[in-house]
Design a protein around this ligand. Structure first.
Ligand SMILES: [Zn+2]
Length: 76
């Protein structure tokens, strides 16, 4: 029963729960004031993954310079 001993070995390993740094690349636009709606420079950008909020300038940086190298391999 090779697979039994193999699963036992697995139990010894600690689960790797790594908190990878969020690249903040899936940002959702929100506007507090209805009259500013549609003005992307006045929007608040909320990260879909970690719920952090950013200004337009910050959001642009995340979208233009993704910090995660893996994203470079994502096909367009
Ligand atoms: Zn994020």
């Amino acid at each position: 029963m090779g697979f039994l001993s193999r699963s036992k070995d697995k139990e010894k390993e600690e689960p790797v729960i790594e908190a990878a740094p969020c690249p903040h690349t899936s940002l959702v636009q929100r506007w507090d004031l209805p009259e500013e709606m549609g003005d992307k420079e006045k929007a608040t950008y909320i990260c879909d993954a970690c719920a952090e909020r950013f200004s337009y300038e910050q959001a642009q940086q995340f979208l233009e310079h993704p910090s995660v190298p893996a994203l470079e391999h994502t096909p367009q």
